[in-house]
Design a protein around this ligand. Structure first.
Ligand SMILES: N[C@@H](CCC(=O)N[C@@H](CS)C(=O)NCC(=O)O)C(=O)O
Length: 232
């Protein structure tokens, strides 16, 4: 059976993507969660035990090791139906959108880190680059939902492109990001998926805190609520 190495569910947005894809497509796998560590170089040291680039996620399939979320999605696509849409145009669009997420949205990722259990009120004076990322998410999601008819980004079925944007659905909830009606409803649809509900519930139980991510989140606004289990 596949083994998927991931890190803390509160924080590890890259881990979430293949985890949700496997879960929603009902592909059996063993989850191997290794916590992030506090301290320079410690993650690399810990994750290097199973992942060539010292990062998560990393999939193991027998003696095959596949690292990086996008490569994992492609590896799974060669073995299982449903990872990408069967329609060629929808498939090309889904790959473009997932690739754009994979290589872009730096301001959104750094100013609004994924911390599932927090609720933060954003400051009024948001960096223009963050505003631009939010506007682009809105535009991209609305385009996919309109063009392929929903309820998922590239059509009727959930697939890799939706998994790639799942962490954004949590960020919308945490930072109360304002998007148009179609995009807002889509984010809720993602959060209602059984897999994403499970990830969220398990994230709230985690009691380890990453000081860097916690500081980043508090710099962008005011902490309203922390729904997580108390710190150890
Ligand atoms: N491009 C990689 C990014 C992987 C990545 O940066 N993962 C983070 C966790 S979400 C990590 O392992 N960080 C370890 C570190 O920063 O030391 C992917 O798509 O999988």
């Amino acid at each position: 059976m596949y083994e998927l190495h991931i890190a803390n569910k509160s924080y590890s947005s890259w881990s979430l993507r293949p985890w949700l894809l496997l879960s929603e497509l009902d592909i059996p796998f063993h989850e191997r969660l290794v916590s992030f560590a506090s301290g320079p170089g410690l993650n690399w040291k810990a994750f290097r035990a199973f992942s060539p680039n010292g990062r998560v996620p990393c999939l193991r399939d027998g003696d095959m090791v596949v690292w990086d979320s996008l490569a994992i999605a492609e590896y799974l696509a060669e073995r299982h139906p449903g990872v990408w849409p069967s329609d060629a145009k929808a498939r090309a669009w889904a790959r473009c959108a997932a690739a754009e997420m994979h290589s872009g949205f730096g301001p959104l990722r750094s100013h609004c880190p994924m911390i599932c259990g927090l609720r933060i009120r954003l400051s009024e004076d948001l960096p223009p680059s963050l505003r631009a990322d939010i506007a682009r998410i809105d535009e991209l999601w609305s385009e996919g939902l309109t063009r392929f008819g929903g309820p998922f980004l590239a059509g009727k079925a959930f697939g890799a492109v939706d998994a790639f944007f799942a962490p954004v659905a949590f960020r919308i909830q945490t930072y109360d990001l304002t998007l148009g009606d179609a995009a807002t409803a889509y984010a809720q649809r993602l959060r209602d998926l059984p897999g994403l509900r499970r990830w969220y519930a398990e994230a709230l139980l985690e009691s380890w805190r990453d000081p860097t991510h916690e500081d980043e989140a508090k710099q962008v606004g005011t902490l309203l609520e922390d729904l997580r289990a108390p710190v150890d």
